[in-house]
Design a protein around this ligand. Structure first.
Ligand code: GDP
Length: 297
């Protein structure tokens, strides 16, 4: 289960505090140390952990936690509030264009869940807004990628604009946009190519697509199982593309959770959705407060 180790350790630290008849300065220090270790073990970025613990400690001192009733309970609340703040405080909705179509560009490393998430998002827009999205297949490097997008699209009954693998992706996107405008599609979701690692050529291609269509959303799809790498990947994509949001996938797996807690703090970009399964309906809006409660168990 996701966050299992982290939840376990945080709960144990809090439980220890609760059992004390009186909480001392030394107990508080020990709890902070346990929280720090728990977060590091969950693959939360080192700097993020340092800042986090510092904030919790300052808040606890400011609130004179040790002098009040139920110091343990107060600490739990402070940790909960700071976790929520760390992950962005509020859910952030999708950006929308003033005039249709709203253009959403999906980017990310190969295997992160880009194509699957594109499908989930389209289904969500259809269900919630009666929207008429269209996909553009801009991954020309793997013929299987186009087939896969087509399969996803068939499941949810969404049209795909594709030109096979011989044309330049930027040109495909240009033509696709024309078609979407003619057909009055209210959303265009561009499925772009991924690589196993960030490379210059891919980034240039994505930057060229961005420059052509000025997307309302550049959603970076990140596999939450990739730990510290998730943060490096996010930073790499953000530096080059100035992404507008993140979708964290595979939260149904046994991720330790570091990515969920670090990405917002490191990139300043919101996590907008989380993927929690392989089915088209397995996409949820990311609520920082609910995620904090889930982590604390
Ligand atoms: P892409 O290469 O980035 O387009 O990645 P795909 O969309 O092909 O996804 C790669 C694999 O991850 C596929 O087997 C998906 O079914 C799976 N996948 C994507 N999102 C999730 C998720 O949220 N949970 C789980 N368990 N699997 C996912």
């Amino acid at each position: 289960m996701a966050f299992e180790g982290l939840t376990d350790r945080l709960q144990k630290a809090m439980e220890k505090l609760r059992r004390k008849p009186k909480v001392t300065e030394a107990d508080l220090r020990e709890t902070m140390r346990e929280i720090r270790l728990a977060l590091l073990e969950a693959d939360v970025n080192f700097t993020v952990v340092k800042d986090f613990v510092k904030k919790v400690r300052e808040k606890a001192a400011g609130a004179e936690v040790l002098k009040g009733l139920n110091p343990a309970q107060q600490i739990v609340k402070i940790v909960n509030d700071e976790l929520t703040a760390l992950m962005g405080e509020e859910a952030v909705p999708l950006n929308k264009a003033a005039h249709i179509p709203t253009v959403i560009m999906m980017v990310g490393l190969q295997g992160a869940g880009k194509t699957t998430t594109a499908g989930k998002l389209a289904l969500r827009l259809k269900d919630e807004e009666k929207a008429r999205p269209m996909f553009i297949a801009a991954d020309v490097y793997r013929p299987a990628a186009i087939t896969q997008l087509q399969q996803v699209a068939d499941q949810i009954d969404v049209p795909v604009f594709e030109k096979g693998t011989d044309e330049d992706p930027v040109e495909i996107v240009r033509q696709g946009m024309e078609v979407a405008k003619q057909n009055h599609n209210d959303y265009v979701i561009i499925d772009t190519a991924g690589r196993l690692q960030i490379d210059e050529q891919l980034m240039d291609e994505l930057a060229n697509i961005k420059q052509l269509v000025h997307p309302d959303e550049i959603l970076l799809v990140i596999d939450s199982m990739t730990g510290q790498n998730a943060v490096n990947t996010a930073q790499g994509f953000d530096d080059k593309l100035d992404i507008t949001g993140v979708v964290l996938t595979k939260l149904d797996g046994d991720t330790r959770g570091g990515a969920a807690m670090s990405i917002r703090a490191v990139t300043g970009k919101p996590i907008k959705f989380v993927g929690e399964g392989e089915k088209m309906s397995d996409l949820d809006v990311f609520h920082p407060d609910r995620m904090a409660s889930r982590i604390l168990g």
